[in-house]
Design a binder for this molecule. Structure first.
Ligand code: ATP
Length: 355
């Protein structure tokens, strides 16, 4: 097991620079998720770690050793791909055993390792089948089995669950995380799915356009997003953004957007007169008859356990999530209460968090 360190890493494809000056460290035994929209550079960073892309700018260290000129085979990492990359003509046993057979390990040792991985991954009944005779989830487990038997210093996962249906994805999320808890191998996991990031990661690295926007635990990223981009990317349904201005005097400030006035926490660092974007998560809005902020109901959707509401306040749309089933109908006027402590304030210009 090992730490992974990125030092001023950059990447260009031809004349196009896709990543610049990436520096961060993944501690030994951590499960770190690289999260960001399509094209932000997550896969490229993972492939550079694996040795599948060159590292022209900066350095990558695994276990304290500089990897720039180390052959992929000698990096002691194992990668699980989105498309599983199984050998169709080999049975499950031989797919899992492949890397060990290449390394000429004894038959007994190979058998022991494959049976160990199969047991961990609930694949024992399927060892004699071909990949085409397996479900998507089982194929995904075979791909993991191939990585496990190598006992690498670091596991790299590239969107491993994106070909699975929603229910299986949920189950595999749990299985991969549980496996990590047992084996404690440093893991880097790439996804654009914020639910995977929130549920699996010790730490999330949020990326955009080849740069890091924020690094933190899932709670830190959710509770204190560093900027509007991170706030918008994390949380479902998405956070509401209201553009407005700070008024009042120090210690008694309010946020004003159209006719809407929200009190701010006494210790806010926002300045009177400052133009801000106020982020309010839908789950932080309490909907009832008596709340101080009047809003008109536009749409109510029930998921069974929750009601998702689209409301308007002075023509501004805002989404709220309430537990249980609300009797509200389109056109009803209701009252919203918002705890000042749950508001996220960002400077309107820089979009960076104010406090
Ligand atoms: P996705 O979630 O869609 O896989 P990603 O965040 O993993 O996206 P990358 O695949 O790392 O993004 O790509 C980052 C950028 O680099 C993109 O703009 C992409 O078009 C570009 N890119 C990646 N590989 C190459 C390549 N071989 N040649 C040229 N450009 C590339």
């Amino acid at each position: 097991m090992a730490s992974v360190e990125y030092v001023n890493v950059g990447k260009s494809f031809g004349a196009v620079k896709v990543m610049e000056d990436i520096s961060f460290t993944i501690s030994d035994q951590k499960f770190v998720v690289l999260l960001g929209p399509s094209g932000c550079g997550k896969t490229t960073l993972l492939r550079m770690t694996a040795g599948l892309e060159t590292i022209a700018d900066g350095e990558i260290h695994i276990g304290g050793k500089r990897m720039n000129n180390v052959h992929p085979r000698d990096r002691d990492i194992a990668m699980v791909f989105q498309n599983y990359a199984l050998y169709p003509t080999l049975k499950v046993f031989d797919n899992i055993a492949f890397s060990l057979q290449v390394r000429r390990q004894s038959k007994d040792e190979v058998k022991k390792q494959v049976e160990w991985a199969a047991e961990l991954l609930n694949l024992t009944p399927y060892l004699a089948r071909y990949p085409k005779e397996l479900s998507g989830g089982q194929r995904q487990r075979v791909a993991m089995g191939r990585a496990l038997v190598r006992h690498p210093q670091v596991f790299l996962f590239d969107e491993p669950l994106s070909n699975l249906d929603a229910k299986l994805r949920g189950q595999m999320r749990y299985e991969i995380r549980r496996l990590h808890d047992r084996l404690q191998t440093t893991t880097i996991y790439v996804t654009h799915d914020q639910i995977e990031a929130m549920t699996m990661a010790d730490e999330i690295v949020v990326m955009r356009d080849g740069e890091i926007e924020q690094i933190g635990t899932p709670e830190e990223i959710y509770d204190r997003p560093a900027n509007c981009f991170v706030a918008d990317f994390i949380g479902s349904p998405s956070i509401n953004f209201l553009k407005g201005e700070i008024q009042g005097t120090a210690g008694q400030q309010t946020f004003h957007a159209g006719g809407m006035v929200l009190p701010l926490p006494a210790q806010t660092k926002a300045e009177p007169g400052q133009k801000v974007t106020c982020g309010i998560r839908p789950v932080d809005i309490a909907v009832g008859p008596d709340g101080p902020v009047k809003a008109e109901v536009v749409l109510v959707e029930s998921t069974g356990a929750e009601s998702h509401l689209l409301l308007t306040i002075d023509g501004q749309e805002i989404r709220a999530v309430a537990q249980g089933r609300l009797r509200a109908r389109p056109g009803d006027i209701c009252g919203l209460s918002i705890d000042p402590a749950t508001l996220h304030l960002f400077d309107a210009g820089s979009e960076q968090r104010i406090n």
